[in-house]
Design a binder for this molecule. Structure first.
Ligand code: KIV
Length: 285
């Protein structure tokens, strides 16, 4: 809160300050306004509108079917629910890989929808695109290690960077993204020692997922954390069982309707507005 009683928003430069001060960056995904409100109220620093939207919310098998329109709509929904956290939105599959100019336009669409930064996958090969997006005034978060948009190439969600050559490549990718002007790095599913090494070698704040404790922050998929994912990966921790709580609430409602316990008079309206005669033909009640 600042002196005027307004909530102080987390900005992109704040991530570097948090790294310098040794304050862990807390990040989580969200896809809808109520989810964003809950995450923001919990005090997270970053809300990522991830393309995990496909699996978590849209019932898709992976991230590949998520479109720019999906991301625009859900970024806008999340931005409406956030007061303090930094909103970062994923550039989805094929929205930035083909042409840098297209990448800039699509990044701009997500910023117009309410994101303060965009995230994209890839290292050295994406450095030119990162430069172009940053030159347009849009902060970029890089994503290295297991990058879900390349799941077909990896053959599944596999740990990356295990051999010397792969680890060196990942370090080179991190350096290329830093030189290109990226603001932070997500490191996914890589050995903890490698993530700590990248964090030490890079000037960028690193946010890990399945990358051990040596990063400057952590990110998880909201639906894994709250128990709404049918399958939770080992890298996550489940803190609640919302699937069970939701089913129980809906089952209780169904039982009340079937047993005549809902609705009660307090859930109903009388016709006083029309002189006690009940709903009038043509009224909107
Ligand atoms: O889409 C997503 O949720 C992500 C995080 C797992 C980092 O990219």
């Amino acid at each position: 809160m600042n002196q005027e009683g307004l909530v102080k928003r987390v900005t992109v430069p704040e991530l570097a300050r948090m790294r310098a001060a040794g304050h862990p960056i807390v990040a989580i995904t969200a896809y809808t306004t109520p989810e964003a409100r809950c995450c923001d109220a919990a005090g997270v620093d970053v809300v990522l509108v991830g393309d995990s939207l496909g699996r978590a919310v849209l019932g898709l098998p992976d991230e590949l079917g998520v479109t720019v329109e999906d991301m625009e709509r859900h970024t806008a929904a999340v931005a409406r629910g956030v007061r303090r956290a930094l909103v970062v939105a994923d550039l989805p599959f094929l929205s930035y890989q083909a042409e840098p100019a297209e990448a800039v336009r699509n990044a701009g669409r997500l910023v117009r929808a309410g994101a303060s930064a965009v995230k994209l996958e890839g290292g050295l090969a994406m450095a030119g695109t990162v430069e172009r997006i940053v030159a347009a005034g849009i902060p970029v978060v890089g994503h290295l290690g297991f990058t879900p948009q390349s799941v077909r190439r990896f053959g599944g969600a596999r740990v990356q960077g295990r051999g010397r050559r792969e680890a060196d490549q990942l370090l080179a990718d991190a350096r290329a993204l830093e030189t290109a002007g990226a603001s932070a790095l997500v490191l996914e599913l890589i050995p903890a020692e490698l993530a700590a090494g990248v964090t030490a070698a890079s000037g960028l704040p690193t946010i890990g997922i399945g990358a051990g404790p040596g990063c400057n922050g952590q990110i998880l998929v909201l639906h894994d954390v709250v128990g709404l994912s049918p399958r939770v990966p080992r890298l996550a921790r489940v803190y609640a069982d919302l699937a069970r709580a939701m089913s129980a609430a809906v089952a209780a409602y169904a039982a009340d309707v079937r047993g005549g316990a809902f609705p009660r008079p307090e859930n109903s309206h009388d016709g006083r507005r029309w002189g006690g005669d009940g709903i009038q033909p043509g009224s909107d009640a």
